[in-house]
Design a binder for this molecule. Structure first.
Ligand SMILES: NC(=O)c1ccc[n+]([C@@H]2O[C@H](COP(=O)([O-])OP(=O)(O)OC[C@H]3O[C@@H](n4cnc5c(N)ncnc54)[C@H](OP(=O)(O)O)[C@@H]3O)[C@@H](O)[C@H]2O)c1
Length: 338
């Protein structure tokens, strides 16, 4: 018989087998155990909300990929927000709101060095979406410092109805650019031109992207903010203007088969048009976190940015929510509330 404990029970999503293609229920199982007692300098956090990010998929391969790999038997990596329910760290009190790498579980025992205190006056999920490292901050760094978007320029964003894309498109609009979004399906196109107020939208699943892009931007595009890669990257390269910039934020179309990543075949357009292509991760711009955070917070308060949230409920919903990112099943930020 298991020992009786009065500790809170942690339910966590554990990796059962590495993933070679699409994630499915067969790759995960739920385990229960008492939440570990906090050591010196540690706290126990009760998870409020988890961020469903594309990078989670790239951490589930059987070999080194873009990110550190999750070992079989370990909890799935995930960023989250929550409240301290037990503290063994001076200055960290029960009730404090925090964000950090909580993993896909209902309670996390972590050193405070891995956590950040957040303002409980805002909905905590804001720190995963509009003000989140992997969402708002990523979009800000890519648009400002890699794409160097200027007023009057034409910007194309792929994955524009998703979390990063939706923020990148809106930030480019706030900076005075003309913005066209690429997304799958007519509902998402309507979201881009309606809710987000973009200047144009292309349904890459139902329309001839090159033809539509040439109609919407006959003089070409100055900046392509790419979340998707593959064929769409080639079409954008073909339409890039003199001195244009291609921002490689991600390539979600390639994450399910990273041994056979499709690279761009039209990269010589960069030479022809004195254009450049530059990749980045948000972590390369750590020196700008403070600025990005303050600026995004101000634009949010002014109502110039919006971040729709798609909430899935229960820790058991985590694997299905992750899969939805790869099937286009989300608009805005995908979150799980365990
Ligand atoms: N560089 C960085 O530091 C950094 C940080 C965070 C995220 N990222 C990158 O940002 C991108 C977006 O991530 P996110 O977490 O915000 O996810 P997201 O955009 O909220 O969700 C992913 C979206 O990608 C689209 N998609 C999925 N498979 C596709 C395919 N085969 N072809 C075309 N579109 C596809 C789907 O929309 P449709 O319905 O439109 O297909 C889906 O809704 C990812 O590439 C991610 O790796 C980079």
């Amino acid at each position: 018989m298991p020992a009786v404990t009065n500790r809170p029970i942690n339910r966590k999503v554990v990796l059962v087998a590495h993933v070679t293609r699409m994630v499915g229920p067969e790759h995960f199982r739920i385990e229960e155990e008492p939440a570990r007692e906090p050591g010196e300098g540690e706290v126990v956090v009760k998870t409020d909300t988890l961020s469903i990010d594309a990078f989670i998929r790239t951490s589930l391969n059987d070999e080194e990929g873009l990110h550190q790999q999750v070992p079989v038997g370990a909890a799935i990596v995930a960023l989250g927000v929550g409240r301290v329910v037990e503290s063994n760290a001076p200055g960290w009190d029960v009730g404090d709101a925090v964000s950090g790498p909580l993993c896909a579980q209902t309670y996390a025992t972590l050193p405070t060095a891995m956590l950040q205190k957040i303002d409980p006056a805002r909905p905590l999920s804001t720190y995963l979406g509009a003000l989140g490292l992997t969402t708002g901050l990523t979009a800000y760094m890519g648009i400002r410092f890699v794409g160097e978007v200027k007023a009057g320029e034409t910007v194309l964003v792929s994955g524009a109805a998703g979390a990063v894309g939706c923020m990148a498109a809106q930030i480019a609009k706030v900076l005075g650019a003309r913005v066209i979004g690429l997304a799958g399906g007519s509902e998402k196109s309507a979201f881009l031109t309606g809710t987000l107020g973009l200047d144009g939208a292309i349904d890459y699943k139902g329309e001839d992207v090159d033809k539509r892009l040439k109609a919407l931007a006959p003089d070409g595009i100055d900046v392509f903010f790419d979340n998707v890669g593959g064929e769409l990257l080639d079409i954008a390269l073909d339409n890039i203007r003199e001195r244009g910039r291609v921002v490689i934020c991600g390539a979600i179309s390639q994450y399910n088969d990273q041994k056979h990543v499709r690279g761009p075949s039209l990269y010589l357009r960069l030479a022809e048009r004195h254009a450049r292509m530059e990749g980045f991760t948000v972590m390369h711009f750590a020196q700008h976190y403070g600025e990005a955070f303050a600026q995004l917070g101000q634009w949010l308060a002014e109502g110039r940015l919006t971040m729709p949230e798609q909430l899935e409920h229960g820790i058991d919903a985590f694997p299905g929510a992750l899969r939805k990112l790869f099937e286009g099943g989300n608009i805005g930020k995908m979150l799980v509330k365990p």
